[in-house]
Design a protein around this ligand. Structure first.
Ligand code: NAD
Length: 250
């Protein structure tokens, strides 16, 4: 992999899980990385782990002001942004449709969908010609996740948003794609109700089991790299084959 030397890269949700793994990988490829997260302490720790080529910012993706802060912190000397990995997200308590109230629904939409929209608005004004944007959706953005209709609806929305925004980014010479991880071992999965990740679900993954943050980060890096120069406007599934076919549990 190459193509990130001296590039300015913004990673949201960079304090943890997939975002942390991606921030470290972009930096290993020579990028100047901005680690952005609501968890400022975590973002600072990841930036310190990376070293001098990283900066960090504490900001909330669900507000326009938060996104403006993130983009301002990430801008390179030329005042442009080469790559944005809009990856921060929220998964609340499980419980299905009947347990989902208006407040829980609004919170999922505010962070996962409106957050992606506001992130794209902030990035669009400064993205470099030849730049790339990757937005994290989920396999729950392609197949209904009955344990969390609000999360699933928001992540479906992210894919629609990415597809519909593709011409606007192309007009700036930039590409935009969504990435759809399946079950990935991160703190999000550890803190959410474990109803999603059951032994039965894991047996249904053709590659058997959960993915790693590193594996998803590698896919995000490829999507953002010049190697993917003609890959645009699509949702890319990284799930070990979960959605590919029906594998009966043994
Ligand atoms: P994680 O909990 O390890 O990381 C998520 C990060 O987002 C955290 O550092 C958190 O502080 C940050 N964040 C949350 N709300 C924020 C806000 N309002 N503003 C700024 N930062 C905020 O989880 P992860 O698994 O690495 O999740 C990364 C992305 O991948 C999310 O969008 C998630 O929905 C998606 N995803 C995860 C899985 C999985 O199995 N782990 C599967 C599919 C999709």
């Amino acid at each position: 992999m190459s193509g990130f030397a001296d590039r300015s890269v913004l990673v949201t949700g960079g304090a943890s899980g997939i975002g942390r793994a991606a921030a470290i990988r972009f930096a290993q490829e020579g990028a100047r990385v901005c680690v952005a997260d609501l968890n400022g302490e975590g973002a600072a720790a990841v930036a310190a782990e990376i070293g001098a080529s990283a900066v960090w910012v504490q900001a909330d993706i669900s507000t326009a002001q938060g996104n403006a802060q993130m983009v301002a912190a990430a801008l390179g000397a030329g005042g442009t942004l080469d790559v944005a990995f809009l990856n921060a997200g929220y998964l609340g308590p499980m419980g299905g449709f009947e347990a989902t109230d208006e407040e829980l629904f609004d919170r999922h939409l505010a962070i996962n969908l409106k957050g992606a929209f506001l992130g794209l608005k902030a990035v669009h004004g400064v993205v470099a010609d030849g730049g790339a944007v990757v937005v994290t959706s989920s396999t729950a953005g392609l197949l209904g996740l009955h344990e969390s209709p609000a999360y699933s609806a928001a992540k479906h929305g992210v894919i629609g948003l990415v597809k519909a925004s593709t011409p606007a980014f192309a007009a700036k010479g930039a590409r935009i794609n969504a990435i759809c991880p399946g079950g990935v071992e991160t703190p999000m999965m550890g803190s959410a109700d474990q109803a999603i990740v059951t032994p039965d679900m894991l047996r249904r993954v053709p590659l058997r089991g959960m993915g790693s943050a590193q594996q998803v980060a590698e896919a995000a890096l490829w999507l953002a790299s010049p190697a993917a120069a003609f890959v645009n406007g699509q949702a890319h599934v990284v799930d070990g084959g979960l959605l590919s076919t029906f594998v009966p549990a043994p």
